[in-house]
Design a protein around this ligand. Structure first.
Ligand code: FAD
Length: 317
C-alpha cells in the first residue's frame, strides 16, 4: 500500500510545532488518498523525538539514528529521505515549508525524479493548493509524477491532536555516504523568546521604528506577553534587527493568537506572512496605511506614544 511520508523536524529532543501541524495536513491527505501515514525521524540520539510522535496516529515511525546525522546537512537528509521513501512506497513526501524543508526537499525531489510543490496550503485529493503573488491568487497544482514532494505552509493547520493509538517505531540502518559538504559551525541565537512560527504572540516593528534602539521597547512589550519580536524587511535591510526576525513572503510565516504591527505600512509581501494570525492589531499614524485593511483592531496614532503607554499599563496591573 502506498504511503504519505512526513519528515519530522526537531530541536533539542522535541518535535517542532510545525511538524505537528504538518501531521494534520498529512493525516487529511492520507485519508483522501487511502494511503498509510508514515513519519520519518532523522538525526543522532533522536529516539526521544520518535517516542514523542507515537501518539499522533502514524502507521509507522521510521527512525534513522546515526552519528553521521549528528548535524543537519541537506545532502544527507535528502539521501535518507529518498531511501526511506522508496522503502516504504511513499507516494507523497511532505515536510514543513520552513528553512530546513526549503533546503533539503528540492534535493529529495531531484534524487527520485519526483515533481515538487512548495509552500502548499492544501490538498484536495488530486491537486495541491498554493498561494501566488503574495497570496493574491490561489493556484491548483497537479503533479504528474508517481511520487509527489511538497513543503507545507504548516502555520495554516492546527497542531495534530493525539489519535488514541501508539505507532510502531521501526529503526532503519542505512549506510550514510560521506557528504561533500562539511559542517563548520552552528551559531545559535540565544533568546528566551519563542521562535516566530511557534509564538502565540508576535510584536512586530517596521520602518516607523526609526532605529535599532527603538526595537528595545517592542522587545519589552513582547516579553510582557511571553511573545516573539518580528520585523519587516525594511527594518531588517536597515540592520536594526537580525534577518531571522523578518516576517513575510521572503521571511517567516507566523500564525499567533495575537499579532501587533507597529509602524508597518502593510505591504502585500508582509501581509502574506501574517494573515493566518487570529487577531491583528495595527498602530500606524497614517490612516490610509494598507495594514488597516487586514487589521482586526487599528489605532491611528504615534507608536512612540502608544507603545510606552501600553508597557506602563501592563506593568502597573
Ligand atoms: P514602510 O512601507 O516604509 O512603512 C512604514 C510605516 O510606518 C508607514 O506606514 C508609516 O505611516 C508608519 N509610521 C512611521 N512613523 C510612525 C509612527 N511614529 N507611529 C506609527 N506609525 C508610523 N517585506 C516584509 O516585511 N517581509 C517580506 O518577507 C518581504 N518580502 C519581499 C519580497 C519581495 C520580492 C519584495 C519586492 C518586497 C518584499 N518586502 C517584504 C518588502 C515590502 O514590499 C515593503 O517594502 C516592506 O514590508 C515595508 O516595510 P515597512 O512597512 O516597515 O516600511
Amino acid at each position: 500500500m502506498s504511503a504519505v511520508l512526513i519528515v519530522a523536524e526537531h530541536k533539542e529532543g522535541m518535535p517542532s510545532k510545525a511538524t505537528l501541524r504538518t501531521i494534520t495536513f498529512g493525516r487529511d491527505a492520507s485519508e483522501m488518498l487511502k494511503h498509510k501515514l508514515h513519519l520519518l525521524v532523522i538525526g543522532h540520539n533522536v529516539e526521544k523525538v520518535a517516542e514523542q510522535l507515537k501518539i499522533y496516529g502514524a502507521d509507522c515511525i521510521f527512525l534513522v539514528n546515526d552519528p553521521a546525522l549528528e548535524t543537519y546537512k541537506a545532502e544527507t537528509w535528502a539521501y535518507v529521505t529518498s531511501k526511506v521513501a522508496q522503502q516504504c512506497n511513499a507516494a507523497m513526501i511532505c515536510t514543513d515549508a520552513g528553512s530546513t524543508g526549503k533546503d533539503f526537499m528540492p534535493r529529495v525531489s531531484a534524487r527520485i525524479g519526483a515533481g515538487m510543490a512548495s509552500g502548499v496550503i492544501g490538498f484536495d485529493g488530486e491537486c495541491f493548493k498554493r498561494e501566488m503573488w503574495a497570496g493574491s491568487v490561489v493556484a491548483r497544482i497537479r503533479l504528474h509524477t508517481e511520487i509527489q514532494v511538497a513543503t507545507v505552509q504548516s502555520t495554516l493547520f492546527e497542531p495534530a491532536t493525539p489519535a488514541g493509538n501508539s505507532s510502531e517505531i521501526e529503526p532503519l540502518h542505512l549506510k550514510i555516504p560521506p557528504a561533500r559538504t562539511r559542517f563548520i559551525e552552528f551559531r545559535k541565537t540565544e533568546s528566551k523568546r519563542p521562535d516566530l512560527p511557534e509564538a502565540n504572540v508576535v510584536i512586530s516593528g517596521g520602518r516607523g521604528l526609526r532605529n535599532a534602539e527603538n526595537f528595545r521597547m517592542l522587545e519589552r512589550l513582547a516579553d510582557l506577553f511571553k511573545g516573539a519580536v518580528g520585523a519587516t524587511r525594511a527594518a531588517v535591510d536597515a540592520q536594526w534587527v537580525p534577518n531571522d526576525l523578518q516576517v513575510g513572503q521572503t521571511g517567516k510565516f507566523v500564525a499567533p493568537e495575537f499579532y501587533m504591527a507597529c509602524g508597518i505600512s502593510g505591504a502585500m509581501q508582509h501581509v502574506a506572512g501574517i494573515k493566518n494570525s487570529k487577531i491583528i492589531v495595527a498602530i500606524n499614524k497614517d490612516e490610509n496605511a494598507p495594514i488597516f485593511r487586514v487589521a482586526d483592531f487599528g489605532m491611528v496614532a504615534d507608536l512612540f506614544e502608544v507603545v510606552p503607554a501600553l508597557i506602563a499599563a501592563i506593568e502597573n496591573t
